[in-house]
Design a protein around this ligand. Sequence first.
Ligand code: UDP
Length: 479
Amino acid sequence: VISQKKMSSSKKMINVLMVSPTLQGHLNPTLNFAKRLASKGVHVTLAIPEETPHRFQNLNTQETNSHHHNNNPSKIQLEYFSDGLSIDHDRSKDPATFIASLETKGAENLSNLMTHLKKNDRSFSCLITSLFMPWSVDVAVSHGIPCAVLWPQASALFSIYYRYVCNANHFPNMENPNETLQLPSLPMLRVRELPSILLPSCPPYLKKLLMDFKPILDKVKWILGSSVYEFEEEILNSMASLRPILTIGPLVSPYLLGQKESEDSDDLTANLLRPEDSCLQWLNDKATSSVIYVAFGSLMEFSQKQMDNIATALKNTKKPFLWVITPQKGGAELPQGFLEEIKERGLVVTWCPQAKVLMHPAVACFVSHCGWNSTLEAVTAGIPIVALPNWLDQPTNAKLVEDVFKTGVRMRIGEEEDGVASAEEVERSITEVMEGPMAEEIKMRAVGLKEAARKAMVDGGSSDRNINRFVTEISGKFT
Ligand code: UDP
């Protein structure tokens, strides 16, 4: 591995192309990795479906400047390609049509964009893509450039999917939620703790993405994981001889890593809704480690019963809380009179600056769906998690939080409860993390992982070294 200095002094600019689907959970790590690469002198072109800036705040700047270590400006440039559907087409209503259109029209348009950029002197050393867009790997191959996958989830999840699609291990009957599975270096998992994409109830369009996984793995040179070696050491070691993962995370806001006083207003970020910054002032008036922060990411839809149970639990804890309720079409509503009843003790917003909230000294714990970004952000901020997972990778992440990271607890939901946590269980698990017999140990573990996350990302840390290695390899000097 060549040193940072040697790499920066290289005259030839390295160009990479990144693509990301229009999903909050993918855009955030993609943008954070783009900034990280730009800080190492790499020129990043980020190609996103053209509907993206219409669905996300902030992403309308054509380009942004990120600064190189020794102050050479190096750019992240945004480019758009059409997925073949009109801008106002509601993609969430019919994801199968949307994904099929991306695969055909999207692939063609991305390829045309690359041809156009090449004519304008922008040729790429590498395409960094998402397994949500498996077709993009073939586009890279047709343009003769190597491909990396940015894996925005836990390495444990990669390990499970890999072992499943490559038949590396025997998987139990997925019809029975109580069957168990023991994979190398992972805690024993019940079927209901596996990612929902493996279950019979998974919609066919998601199953297809999983099945596309295997053929494209052969065409991909690097798997770049938004995780930290020290968080998942055993899992990563167990994958080293099968399919190594280069951990380059946590790909979270630099603010969470203590690398910045605040987020710059011209920073390239994406937000599903405009964040309500006023919640930070509200937090300022609260005592240290007193507030329950409640948020379930960008996609979660609740039943009315679950919403009612969370509301009752928060009321009964008598503790201050900040609750993000993102409006969903036909979604559940707060019980009548709730806001009047809780008065100043609770604040409900539609979207918040989550990185800043988690770093606020008033926040004590995070009631979360355990999307991987939220999980990493909580861990990086040293905040204990109270997990209420729903689907996709969330149930497995919640298991990791409780049994591997040991930085939080999962809510227990009985077979007869239809996936809904009772008000008593929500309250019990919050209390357990905040003041139960394990509370202090959980907090200490959280603070320990926070330090490990920061160490991984500074010069010479495990993730920083992996990023340097990747940059060296795409520059072609050592391959
Ligand atoms: N987020 C935010 N403000 C909110 C709620 C969420 O900025 O009020 C961000 C959060 O910081 C995270 C992302 O949205 O980076 C959600 O990603 P995650 O993987 O946790 O969940 P998903 O939305 O993919 O289910």
